[in-house]
Write a protein that binds this ligand. Structure first.
Ligand SMILES: [Zn+2]
Ligand SMILES: [Zn+2]
Length: 456
C-alpha cells in the first residue's frame, strides 16, 4: 500500500514524556498526535467516534433508513469506517446512525497480478470481516466494467454475509466452494481489462484509470441495487495527495468534487466521504486501540521507485512535508475546501467528461491523432426511427459510428492523457463510455436538426 500508511501504521505513540496529559481529562496521555494534542485512550476513542458521526450528521445529507453502500477494500481506512458504522448502528446512544448499510468490495487482483491463492485469501478475509457486521456484501471483479455478451446489467454476487448461524466448519467449507466459483467467474470477466491495462502508456495512466473504473463500477452496483449513497473512506491525508496529484495531472476542474464531503455529480448515486476530517496517523491509532484487523493493500506502484507515478511521487512529497510540518495536510485540505463545487444541476450535460464526470471547462486540445477508427458495436437495433427524446432512451436510434476524434473531443484533458498513445482500439473502451458519448452526440445532432425551428 502507500507510503503514507506504511509509515504511520505503527503502534500508538506512547507519550514520550510522562508529564504529557490528556487535553480533555488531564490524565496521563497515551496518544500523542502533536506536541500540544495528546489524549488518553478513552478520550481519543470518544473524540474519533464523535468526529466521524458529526461529519455525517452536520451534512444532513443521509436520511433515516436510506440505503448506503460502504466501499470496502480491507485496507486500514475502510476497515476503520466499517467498524465505526457497525458500532454506530448497534449502540443505543445519542446520535445513533440510522441508515441501512451494505458493503461493496471490488476485486482488482487481476490488474495487480495477484496469484489465485492470494486472491482467495483476500476474499476470505473480506467475507469474514463483513460477516461479523451482518451487512450484505457485494463482491465484484473490476473486469465487470467491460461486460461480456453485451450484458450491461450488473449482476453482482451477493455473498451471504450472515454466517453467524452456521458452525465454523460449515462456514469454512461452503466459503471455499463459493470463492473458487467466484474467482473462476471473475477470471472470465477479466480478459479484456488486463489487455486494456497492458496498453496504457505508464503507471500514472494506469492508476488514474483504476480509480475511475473502480468508482464507476461501485456507482453501477449501488444504482442496480437501490443504494442512493456510497461512502468512501478517503481521509484528509489521502485527499491532500489527491488535490495535488489532480492538479499535476491536469484535473484541476474536478478537484472540488474529488475532496468535498458529498460529490453529487452523479444524480442517482451521491458519493460521501465521512473520514475526510482524519489524518492517517489518527486512523492508525484508532485501529490499534480497537484491535481492528485490516490488510495492507497493494497498489500498482508498490515496491516501485518513488518517481514511478505522479500519485506516488505526490504521496511521498506530502508525507515528507507532513513529518516536518504537522499542519501540511490540513492546510492543503482547507485550500481545497475553498474551491466551490457550484450547482451541479446547472452544468450542461454536454460539458461533462463521460469517463470521469468532471466538467470540461476549456477547449484544451491535445495534439491528438485523427485516425479513422470507427466502431459499430454500439447499437444492435436496426430500426431508424426514434421516439423523439433523442437521448437513446427508446433504443430505436439509427446506428452511430464513432471516430477516435469524436471520442477524444468528448473527454477532459486528464482523461485524454490516459488514452494518449496510438495503440488502443475502440474495443478497449468500456461500454458505459461509448454509451455516454453516443448519447451526447445524439443530443447534439438533434439540437442541430431543430435549431432552425427555434425562436431566438
Ligand atoms: Zn482523557
Ligand atoms: Zn475526464
Amino acid at each position: 500500500m502507500c507510503n503514507v500508511e506504511d509509515q504511520d501504521l505503527l503502534p500508538p505513540s506512547k507519550a514520550k514524556n510522562a508529564s504529557r496529559t490528556c487535553i480533555k481529562c488531564k490524565e496521563v496521555a497515551q496518544i500523542v498526535l502533536r506536541a500540544d494534542n495528546c489524549y488518553c485512550r478513552s478520550c481519543f476513542i470518544a473524540y474519533f467516534t464523535h468526529k466521524f458521526r458529526a461529519t455525517i450528521g452536520k451534512s444532513k445529507l443521509i436520511r433515516s433508513n436510506e440505503k448506503v453502500l460502504l466501499a470496502f477494500s480491507g485496507g486500514p481506512r475502510s476497515s476503520a469506517m466499517l467498524y465505526l458504522v457497525h458500532e454506530g448502528l448497534s449502540e443505543n446512544i445519542h446520535k445513533k446512525l440510522r441508515f441501512l448499510p451494505g458493503v461493496v468490495f471490488i476485486d482488482d487482483g487481476a490488474i495487480l497480478q495477484l496469484s489465485e491463492n492470494e486472491r482467495r485469501n483476500y476474499l476470505e478475509f473480506i467475507r469474514t470481516t463483513v460477516s461479523k457486521t451482518g451487512f450484505p456484501l457485494f463482491c465484484e471483479s473490476l473486469g465487470k466494467i467491460f461486460p461480456t455478451n453485451q450484458d450491461t446489467n450488473i449482476q453482482s454476487n451477493l455473498l451471504s454475509s450472515d454466517l453467524s448461524n452456521t458452525t465454523r466448519s460449515d462456514a469454512t467449507s461452503s466459503s471455499n466452494f463459493d470463492l473458487d466459483t467466484l474467482i473462476k467467474r471473475f477470471k472470465n470477466d477479466e480478459l479484456k481489462i488486463v489487455q486494456v491495462f497492458e496498453k496504457l502508456p505508464n503507471s500514472t495512466a494506469k492508476e488514474d484509470m483504476l480509480h475511475i473504473l473502480r468508482k464507476k463500477l461501485i456507482q453501477q452496483i449501488a444504482e442496480a441495487n437501490g443504494y442512493t449513497k456510497v461512502m468512501f473512506a478517503d481521509c484528509g491525508t489521502r485527499l491532500a495527495v489527491k488535490i495535488l496529484s489532480d492538479i499535476a495531472q491536469g484535473r484541476g476542474s474536478s478537484v472540488a468534487h474529488d475532496v468535498t464531503f458529498a460529490d453529487e455529480r452523479n444524480q442517482a448515486v451521491t458519493l460521501v466521504r465521512p473520514m475526510r476530517e482524519f489524518l492517517t496517523k489518527e486512523v492508525a491509532n484508532y485501529l490499534t486501540l480497537k484491535s481492528i484487523d485490516y490488510r495492507t493493500r497493494l497498489s500498482l506502484t508498490t515496491m516501485k521507485p518513488v518517481k514511478s507515478s505522479i500519485e506516488r511521487l505526490t504521496e511521498n512529497f506530502v508525507t515528507d512535508l507532513q513529518a516536518s510540518f504537522p499542519s501540511t495536510v490540513n492546510t492543503i485540505c482547507r485550500t481545497g475546501d475553498k474551491l466551490s463545487v457550484g450547482d451541479t444541476s446547472k452544468i450542461d450535460a454536454d460539458a461533462i467528461c463521460p469517463l470521469c464526470d468532471s466538467r470540461i471547462d476549456t477547449n484544451n486540445s491535445l495534439e491528438g491523432k485523427t485516425t479513422s477508427k470507427t466502431t459499430s458495436k454500439i447499437c444492435q437495433n436496426t430500426a431508424d426511427s426514434c421516439c423523439g427524446e433523442g437521448d437513446g432512451s427508446c433504443n430505436r436510434i439509427a446506428r452511430i459510428n464513432l471516430t477516435a476524434k469524436e471520442i477524444e473531443d468528448r473527454l477532459c484533458y486528464g482523461c485524454r492523457l490516459i488514452f494518449h498513445s496510438n495503440n488502443w482500439e475502440m474495443d478497449d473502451l468500456p461500454q458505459f463510455l461509448i454509451d455516454a458519448i453516443e448519447k451526447q452526440l445524439r443530443r447534439k445532432r438533434l439540437k442541430e436538426e431543430i435549431e432552425e425551428f427555434l425562436l431566438d
